[in-house]
Design a protein around this ligand. Structure first.
Ligand code: TMP
Length: 211
């Protein structure tokens, strides 16, 4: 996968991932990189169909283990159809969520045995990992206030505050256990400052000459 890099943005609800994915893509394109932006669940036609099945219906529609299976089915298709081909041609791929979201939401949030998720990852994806994962961190109340302000509430966003606290801690634990891959970004700063911090991190971690 010469030249290409795989960057994921992770975090709870309302942390500003989608905005920061767009901003990072613009910044890297300005520097001459071929950039593909994508998201999970989704990112390929088949995975987008699975996304619809996952995010519609009530919160009890799927058990956590079924949800994890659907997420990994979508993820495998996303990798095969979108991520791996882009990396092979040398593009940089920036994904709004990836497998850390399954560990955080289904594992920490819904308290699914994390071993199931780790084994699914090993069997379905193998030894392929993001080059860099940016964990956008924000106090739960601030994230949920942003979600409500934009009038968005899908089935995951209806979970109670204790779920969101487990989720935040889950992402922080994931980052603490894998500091070579993960960097925690303070998402409570203004959008501009968060974008600058992300670009600086990408430069430091992935670009020899800085951003
Ligand atoms: P989004 O709000 O970032 O578009 O993601 C849709 C929802 O899917 C979000 O609430 C998080 C949830 N999700 C999981 O529960 N597990 C996962 O593995 C992924 C990728 C997303």
């Amino acid at each position: 996968m010469a030249g290409g890099r795989f960057i994921t943005l992770e975090g709870g609800e309302g942390v500003g991932k989608s905005t920061q994915v767009r901003r990072l893509a613009v910044a890297l394109r300005e520097r001459g990189y071929d950039v593909v932006t994508t998201r999970e669940p989704g990112g390929s036609p088949g995975a987008e169909e699975i996304r619809q099945v996952l995010i519609t219906g009530g919160g009890e529609r799927w058990s956590p283990v079924t949800e994890a299976l659907l997420l990994f089915a979508a993820r495998r298709d996303h990798l095969e159809r979108t991520i791996w081909p882009a990396l092979e041609r040398g593009a940089w791929v920036i994904s709004d969520r990836f497998a850390d979201s399954t560990l955080a939401y289904q594992g920490h949030g819904h308290e699914l045995n994390q071993d199931i998720i780790i084994r699914l990852y090993a069997n379905v994806i193998g030894k392929f990992y993001p080059d860099l994962t940016l964990v956008l961190d924000l106090p739960v109340e601030a994230g949920l206030a942003r979600v409500h302000a934009r009038g968005a509430a899908d089935r995951y966003e209806e979970m109670d505050i204790a779920f969101h606290r487990r989720l935040r801690q889950g992402f922080l634990d994931i980052a603490a256990h894998d500091p070579r891959r993960c960097v925690v970004i303070d998402a409570s700063e203004p959008e501009e400052a968060v974008a600058a911090g992300i670009l600086e991190t990408v430069g430091r971690r992935l670009l020899a000459g800085g951003p």
